[in-house]
Design a protein around this ligand. Structure first.
Ligand code: ADP
Length: 513
């Protein structure tokens, strides 16, 4: 039968439902205190969060939820006073469970008054926010780590810029001397080679450090094209030729692969082969043997193998060789130099090309073999060689404006460009460069980016505005963003210091056509 309820029954039932609701809440401790702070009700959430059963806690003072220090400092009573004065108080801090353990709590204490305005007690709602705080802390730590990592990258970029700057004039001077070797006493020719080789090595080490940060941050960008792996291997071998000759190493090369065209970033692939050849040369004693061979398999994969008769690698160290900064034997490696980055970078580069790189060795003094496997392109694809023209005169003499504030770089580069057959005028700041571009017939401007009175971007914009002057950035900043930025500013090419003169010649040849 339908039961008609009186208003007092409704109120009573509502209060009861409210009580049930409060009692069943598990995530919040919800309870009442009398005006002195003694506990008078207790819910399931309170029991769960604080660990006391109802019987244990009723009648006890809520100060027992505070830490001893806070009790000594009078915080519980102060909170109650504040709540009764302002109506409520929000607080956050450590609270103590029955077992003495602590948790991070968010608390609201609300003063309860009767109709006459007399304080009857307090309601207290407490939430355990330990997890939330932890995840906030974790988030903060993550942000701090990201900031630190960015700072490290910026530092590395700035460092490499500073380290590269002095290399350009040194390399330009050595190249100039080498190109004029016939005018020098013969005993100096070898010294020039030494200077060049070491400057290039230094540049390589700087590049490795930068590459590693780029790889770690997933910022290495591949320019995929059809590469002839055989041409690349030969180029890499040529780069190592003077070191091979110096150690009188015998090198046998059998390039048997019928399919040797690979969709790859040719420069990066050459870097891999160069690393492996360079290591073989480095770790093989005078008069040793290096055997290079290529072949392809039924699955149309290209295989490159380089075996040497050098110091070999302990089998247990083979697996970690491809980790950054890992050197098989620090005492041995120390005498050969190197940062232990070459193989780590090579591995990442090969991975990015979806290939495989492995090391094999029967142990110390048994030599080592490194193998690279890559997928090939269908036959008949056109080759993109990496054969750069070496030395000699420019295909077409150009009127070049060189804008560079580093005096040694300006002097040596200008002399080398003149030697290549170009007409060179120089400026050491933006203002000078602008004046020369306005009043002279210039074909190309080679421009540093950081200049004392402005930036090379302004010069590039001006060059672009003429519609005929090609702009080439010469800079120590070589990250992807730097290249992108200089492109946007109006540079047609971006060369990173120390300048690779073959590359510079190629760029200038393109400018002249
Ligand atoms: P680095 O040569 O600068 O030390 P790599 O990453 O190129 O750095 O090589 C890491 C280590 O692997 C080397 O230090 C060396 O101990 C070992 N290794 C590499 N190639 C060879 C090799 N052909 N023969 C013997 N050990 C090698």
């Amino acid at each position: 039968m339908f039961k008609k309820l009186s208003s007092s029954t409704v109120l009573h039932e509502t209060a009861e439902q409210f009580h049930i609701l409060v009692d069943s809440v598990e995530e919040y401790a919800i309870y009442l205190l009398d005006s002195n702070g003694n506990v008078i009700t207790w819910n399931t959430g309170a029991e769960k969060i604080k660990g006391y059963s109802t019987e244990e806690i009723i009648g006890k003072n809520f100060a027992s939820f505070y830490t001893a220090d806070e009790v000594a400092a009078g915080k519980p009573q102060r909170n109650l006073r504040e709540a009764s004065r302002r109506g409520y108080i929000r607080d956050q801090g450590l609270r103590v469970r029955k077992d003495g353990s602590t948790f991070e709590a968010e608390v609201i204490i609300t003063a309860l008054h009767d109709d006459a305005g007399k304080l009857r007690g307090f309601s207290k709602v407490t939430r355990d926010i330990t997890d939330q705080i932890r995840s906030r802390e974790f988030e903060a730590e993550k942000i701090a780590a990201q900031k630190a990592s960015k700072a490290k990258d910026d530092f590395l970029a700035a460092l490499s810029h500073e380290l590269r700057t002095p290399l350009t004039p040194a390399l330009a001077a050595a190249t100039y001397l080498q190109d004029n070797a016939e005018r020098l006493p013969p005993e100096f020719t070898e010294d020039i080679e030494i200077i060049k080789r070491n400057v290039q090595l230094q540049a390589r080490l700087i590049d490795d450090l930068l590459d590693l940060t780029r790889i770690a941050r997933g910022k290495l960008h591949l320019e995929l094209e059809d590469c002839d792996a055989h041409t690349i291997i030969q180029n890499a071998l040529e780069t190592a030729s003077s070191a091979i000759a110096a150690k009188q190493l015998k090198v046998s090369t059998t390039l048997d692969a019928k399919r040797h065209h690979i969709l790859a970033d040719c420069i990066r692939l050459q870097q891999v082969f160069w690393n492996l050849i360079n290591n073989a040369v480095k770790f093989t004693a005078q008069g040793g043997q290096i055997t290079i061979r290529t072949f392809d398999d039924k699955a149309a994969r290209f295989h490159f193998e380089i075996a040497d008769t050098g110091i070999g690698i302990e089998p247990q160290r083979l697996a970690s060789l491809f980790q950054p900064f890992e050197q098989a034997d620090p005492s041995v490696s120390r005498q050969f130099g190197g940062l232990g980055l070459g193989l780590a970078i090579s591995k990442r580069l090969v991975d990015l090309h979806h290939g495989r790189i492995e090391a094999e060795s029967l142990g110390r003094s048994f030599g080592a073999t490194f193998k690279v496997t890559l997928d090939t392109l269908p036959q008949g694809a056109a080759a993109v060689g990496l054969n750069h023209r070496l030395g000699g005169k420019a295909s077409k003499p150009l009127r070049i404006l060189l804008v560079e504030d580093h005096q040694d770089t300006r002097r040596t580069l200008s002399r080398l460009l003149t030697h290549f057959g170009h007409n060179v005028v120089t400026a050491d700041n933006v203002e000078g460069a602008m004046a020369i571009m306005a009043s002279n017939n210039i074909d190309a401007v080679l421009c540093d980016i950081g200049l004392p009175d402005g930036s090379g971007y302004e010069v590039a914009a001006q060059a672009r505005a003429t519609g005929r002057i090609k702009a080439i950035a010469l800079t120590g900043f070589g990250t992807e963003q730097d290249v992108q930025r200089s492109k946007e500013a109006g540079f047609d090419f971006h060369l990173v210091k120390p300048i690779n003169f073959q590359e510079l010649q190629t760029v200038l040849d393109q400018t002249g056509t």
